[in-house]
Design a protein around this ligand. Structure first.
Ligand SMILES: [Zn+2]
Length: 188
């Protein structure tokens, strides 16, 4: 299920093929051939991604009845990288690399697939507006929120209670808790 891994392999190949194209005489027969090869590669990548998203969403919908995801995460992150004309985004390159990884995994498409598959099987996909999911301590008695709880991209360590864990896992725990709290106090 390692999407970024296989995408990177395709990406390397794509860069390689495009470099080859740039060395050919524009509009020549060989250039046309190379161009067609690149188009096929693009189509292949799109198919492979779709296939991956279908398999993953099917697997999850078969083993879960209720799933929560963070609301509008992709849109926000994509926007923040670009910035505006007057106020260009900071760390644009780093962010666009991250965005690219997220978008390439087709998070939005994935949510759509997962949503209707859960629906088919009588389950449900819920969204949670969760601004600090990756900075909040998941220990119920603690719940300390701080940027310092995230010493690295992948690591979570609570400043106060010293709880340690994988940052993605912590994010998921917080999303689940927020989702359950949401349905507990509002009729679905
Ligand atoms: Zn804590």
């Amino acid at each position: 299920m390692d999407a970024p891994g296989w995408f990177r392999r395709y990406e390397t190949k794509l860069v390689w093929e495009m470099r080859k194209l740039s060395r050919k005489k524009r509009f020549s027969r060989n250039w046309q051939k190379q161009k067609a090869r690149i188009q096929r590669l693009h189509a292949h990548i799109a198919n492979a991604r779709r296939d991956f998203l279908h398999k993953t969403s099917t697997a999850i919908s078969k083993t879960h009845a209720m799933v929560f995801v963070e609301e509008l995460r992709i849109q926000k992150m994509s926007k923040s990288a670009k910035g505006t004309k007057e106020n260009p985004g900071k760390n644009v390159r780093a962010k666009s690399g991250l965005n690219k990884a997220i978008l390439d995994q087709g998070w939005f498409t994935f949510q759509t697939f997962l949503g209707y598959k859960l629906h088919w099987s009588g389950g449900w996909l819920g969204t949670v507006p969760a601004p600090y999911t990756s900075q909040t301590c998941p220990v119920p008695e603690c719940g300390h929120v701080s940027q310092a709880n995230r010493p690295t991209q992948s690591k979570f360590r609570c400043e106060q209670c010293r709880y340690e864990g994988n940052a993605d896992t912590v994010g998921a725990m917080n999303i689940l808790r927020a989702g359950l709290a949401r349905i507990a106090c509002s009729p679905v």
